[in-house]
Design a protein around this ligand. Structure first.
Ligand SMILES: [Zn+2]
Length: 292
């Protein structure tokens, strides 16, 4: 559909202009004592449509603009004993926290997924090699953490491609996953990822660890939100300058991993989480027959 080719920002600009014109028309009609409020209601409708368009670009679990990892609850339809969980770290690599997390992951023999900022990967190449060498998955978190909804297509391509290149140069592997900064995406971004053979990875549970709310709070928020198929969002770095400490996250992970292992979870890389399209309809029917 043609509307999919429009960037969210352009769509919002059109809606804004239309709303202003409609409200002016409404004002004029009321002023002329012809209170047919059709323009007013049309404006309300457009504002609602704009809200839906924005909400789905920001909401991690939305499949509105295209399928993403983290879209839905895997366990509600899988009916299997398999309890996969993926733990992910954004905004690194970032010493000393990335190194400390790698040590924790090594101690428990569990894989993770690191969504790297390209510019930081270039600054800390050895850390990138270590992440890869330990068998973790590496995803693309753009070159310098810019909101992909607020830049042009050309700039977005640069953000994605430069980051893929540095990661491939350092590890020999091209990332299969894109996690847009803040998870914000529109149809264009999801299509761009697809054109590079990548899938967009969102998350299902987060602890807002970037606010450093305390180790207990981070642990509680994650453990209470995890279900089979969960994708956990945490941070080993800082989206801006890497100055915010991530000590709390490291300490929390030391408790989260053993707790989930004790609950029978299996840690997997994000690309090992079942893709929504693969299980959505058919598995659900099978699951019902088993329950009844
Ligand atoms: Zn980020």
């Amino acid at each position: 559909m043609w509307i999919w080719d429009i960037r969210l920002s352009s769509l919002l600009a059109v809606i804004n202009t239309a709303v202003v014109l409609l409200l002016l028309a409404d004002y004029y009609a009321v002023w002329r004592h012809r209170p047919r409020r059709l323009p007013f209601y049309l404006a309300l409708l457009l504002i609602g449509a704009g809200g839906v368009a924005v909400g789905n670009a920001l909401w991690p679990a939305s499949g509105f603009y295209g399928q993403v990892y983290g879209e839905s609850d895997f366990q509600s339809v899988s009916g299997s004993q398999f309890r996969p969980v993926a733990i992910t770290f954004d905004d690194g690599p970032s010493p000393p926290y990335t190194t400390e997390l790698l040590a924790v992951l090594r101690a428990y023999h569990v894989p993770a997924t690191f969504f790297l900022v390209g510019e930081k990967a270039a600054r800390y190449p050895q850390l990138v090699r270590e992440i890869h060498g330990d068998g973790h998955e590496i995803g693309n978190h753009t070159w310098d953490h810019r909101d992909l909804l607020q830049i042009s297509r050309v700039e977005a391509w640069q953000e994605i491609d430069r980051t893929n290149e540095i990661i491939q140069n350092l590890t020999g592997v091209r990332p299969q996953l894109l996690r847009p900064p803040h998870g914000f995406r529109d149809r264009t971004i999801i299509d761009m990822a697809g054109q590079r053979g990548m899938r967009v990875a969102e998350w299902t549970v987060m602890a807002r660890d970037w606010q450093n709310p305390g180790v207990d709070v981070i642990v509680d928020r994650i453990l209470s939100g995890v279900s089979p198929g969960a994708i956990i969002l945490l941070h080993d770095g800082d989206g801006r300058d890497g100055v915010t400490p991530r000590r709390q996250t490291v300490e929390a992970v030391k408790r989260i991993i053993p707790a989930l292992l004790a609950q029978g979870y299996t840690f997997v890389r994000v690309s090992e989480i079942p893709w929504p399209m693969d299980w959505r309809q058919p598995v659900e029917e099978e699951d019902h027959s088993r329950d009844n």
